[in-house]
Design a binder for this molecule. Sequence first.
Ligand code: ARG
Length: 501
Amino acid sequence: MNANSSNNSNPDSNKNSSVSDSSTDASITNTTVPQSAANGQGQQMWGGRFSEATDSFVAAFTASVGFDQRFARHDIQGSIAHATMLKECGILSADDVAIIIDGLQQVLREIEAGEFNWSIALEDVHMNVESRLTDIVGAVGKKLHTGRSRNDQVATDIRLWLREETDNIIALLVRLQSGLLDLAEQHTDTIMPGFTHLQTAQPVSFGHHVMAWFEMLYRDTERLVDARRRINQMPLGSAALAGTTFPIDRTITAKLLGFDGICQNSLDAVSDRDFAIEFTSAASILMMHMSRMSEEIILWMSAQFNFVQIPDRFCTGSSIMPQKKNPDVPELVRGKAARVFGQLMTLLSLMKSQPLAYNKDNQEDKEPLFDCVDTLTGSLLAFADMLPNITPNIEAMRAATMKGYATATDLADYLVRRGVAFRDAHEVVGNAVALGIKEGVDLSDLSLAQLQQFSDAIGDDVFDYLTLEGSLAARDHLGGTAPNQVKQAVINGRARLKAFA
Ligand code: ARG
């Protein structure tokens, strides 16, 4: 077998590959299989019991450094805490640990400066960092791996990284929700048709509709905050699977790394990826919500609805049709939801049937998780700016509400209050709507005499109830669309959001 020649023969390909949080696709061309490995001499850190070097194709195939270099900062953070704990527990000397920590900091500087040579023969971020440490500080660097394994190391790195990304995502969600509260506050009295089956149902406040979006996002935030509690548990100290023979103190490392707790079983700790699945399922529900909001904006921007505009910066034109302003950002977010759902399926399928404890399968957890985080973060960044800046076309929304007999239920409720049984009232209003359709007018445009032919319970005050404003104002209870209820919902929303600040 041959390694992809671009991976091991291009002398320039190992230069300047830097770690940046925004790069998911740290390209495998940024890494090299050094000639020594490709020639069969090997430079693996675990090569002691092997009689021949890893096939160069296998080295490239099994390596994760092309993508897990994204964890470099967290890997080094974890190593510094581990070394500090080894010192505190008297397992390594203070002098050795001081040298190791200095060396690790230099490795981090090299990585951040883009001066680090990533090597495929060194398989993953963990061994690349450790090997470079030993280059810098000499043999003492080889002591760092005392009492740990890459199995607990990688599980720790993912959690440290995902904790940070989750905090970033929660902050974006809070920003988006506070923008929605402002938008809803401006439009408590703006009237639009509320839909069921995408048919005009009853008039609602546009602010009320925006607050429905707020509620969806609020639950998403709660889910992520809850998921974070289980992300933030420390596997380190579980070593390969069974723990270590050294007298370690895991509470020291957990405290240094800001973990809320310590994984209680070493076998579970190195193999558990529930937290990644939980994160991805919370992300999937959130993307599902954003796809629903996108769909509404896309419909509302069409000439047929003409309910809203979004700023030009979120749209593109057509190269052939000069009149077009396409809602690209909401369309793309709607499409990207599919990717995140796919990553959830990938992670569930990855974990299905895996026996305890660590298996190499788990290396496949990273790319789906990275893609999920990047897709979600990008979508939220776009939404946090776009959604609070949509402008409703107030007149067009009002005209659309007038068209669909949206106050029919109000007329039925009016009759019920006058002693007519609801089912009979329903029938009366059905007849009145049929007349309106025949005459081409709204219920409020029918004369009193025309309405009274269907029921003598109708009095001349009926028109107060057939106005859009009257219809909204009448739904005056917690969760209803009356403008003063929407104002209160905004106030409550601001207070509730403080829980995440
Ligand atoms: N690169 C591996 C991963 O991402 C690290 C752990 C490897 N452990 C092992 N025993 N091969 O999962």
